[in-house]
Design a protein around this ligand. Structure first.
Ligand SMILES: [Zn+2]
Length: 359
């Protein structure tokens, strides 16, 4: 990390602690223009009991139950807690208090078993974006097989076995290069190549073969990770908003227009069939600027969605494009004082004064 980055980090932490602990946040919140803050998480690690999914997921995909409860209780005291769809509607109407929506992506089992009781205890709401194939077929996307292989066999064995099964020699060479350079954090570097620099269907085919060869049981893995349709219905009945997140969780911008439309429409069609209602909100898989494009947004609109959330960091104002809503990432490294400072508009205020402390 550069010196400039480090200094910015200190300033950011110091400023947000002052804003949070002096109560300045409430004053800025009252003066700043209306906004909707959306938090974006994946899993909730239970405070007690076994959590088999914990060994199968990277650390940045989970937040502990205790930490999430503290965050929701604080925001519940200062903000109106809403679903994404309610938040967008309230933002348009311009009434009431400032808004916070919790969103969780993919449809992990703990959302039904840990998050739902927590929401009920705290009196909070949430939006859960469902990837449909795990619920429909008990099959998981490539990333979970990749995490499973790495957790058990390490990155070197993974690359060697992947190379033995793929016809994509360029990708195999690029993966080997990462191992040879020993850059550290191989999980991340290898994943970036598998995510962005190879043909997704060929990658999935080779990964499936490695996973099977090592004795992986996809149905069992899916049971440990993802909720069932019955659990999705329980969330629906408890007032949790459910939203679309495609069938396979592919990077949509890498697919042609008709494949993108099939992914988006197929996911919501399964949800309509199982859950019997319309779904106004959608989350782009992976959600970065380069993970979707104009064709994606056309398909999202045609599938009947009114809003779509990204992983672009920030808060939403009445003029934020409805298909490019921003979110703040939520995992165990999240800090309440930083989230609160972001949500109340204090970083935006500094930006207007010429000091940009955004990361
Ligand atoms: Zn996702």
């Amino acid at each position: 990390m550069s010196v400039k980055h480090r200094i910015k980090g200190w300033l950011r932490a110091g400023y947000s602690r002052v804003v949070f602990h002096t109560g300045l946040h409430a004053l800025i919140d009252a003066l700043a223009p209306r906004r909707l803050t959306i938090l974006a998480g994946h899993c909730v690690r239970p405070s007690s009991g076994d959590w088999p999914a914990g060994e199968l997921l990277p650390a940045d995909m989970a937040i502990s139950e205790a930490k999430l409860e503290r965050i929701l209780r604080w925001f519940g005291a200062h903000y109106e807690l809403v679903t994404v769809a309610e938040g967008v509607e309230r933002l348009e109407r311009g009434s009431g208090r400032n808004l916070l929506a919790l969103s969780m992506d993919d449809g992990y089992r703990d959302n039904a078993r840990v998050l739902l009781p927590l929401l009920q205890r705290v009196g909070a709401k949430a939006t859960v974006f469902l990837e449909s194939r795990p619920l429909d077929e008990r099959r998981v996307n490539w990333a979970h097989k990749y995490f499973w292989i790495l957790a058990r066999h390490g990155h070197e064995e993974f690359v060697a076995r992947f190379g033995a099964h793929t016809s994509d020699t360029a990708t195999f060479h690029a993966l080997n290069q990462i191992i040879a350079e020993g850059r550290g954090n191989e999980l991340y570097h290898l994943k970036r190549i598998l995510k962005y620099e190879c043909d997704p269907l060929e990658r999935d085919r080779a990964l499936d073969l490695v996973f099977q060869e090592l004795g992986g049981d996809e149905c069992e893995l899916c049971e440990q990770l993802y909720m069932s349709w019955d659990e999705a219905r329980a969330l629906r009945d408890a007032g949790v908003e459910l939203g679309g997140h495609t069938v396979h969780h592919h990077i949509l911008s890498k697919l042609d227009a008709s494949f993108q439309a099939r992914e988006i429409e197929g996911g919501v069609a399964a949800m309509r069939r199982e859950l019997g209602r319309e779904f106004p909100s959608f989350a782009y898989p992976w959600g970065r600027r380069w993970d979707f494009d104009a064709r994606t947004q056309t398909a999202v609109r045609q599938a009947g969605f009114a809003t779509a959330v990204t992983m672009h960091p920030g808060v939403n104002r009445p003029d934020t494009p409805r298909l490019e809503l921003k979110r703040l990432a939520l995992d165990e490294s999240a800090e309440l004082h930083l989230l609160a400072t972001e949500a109340c508009g204090a970083f935006e205020l500094l930006r207007k004064l010429g000091l940009d402390l955004t990361q």
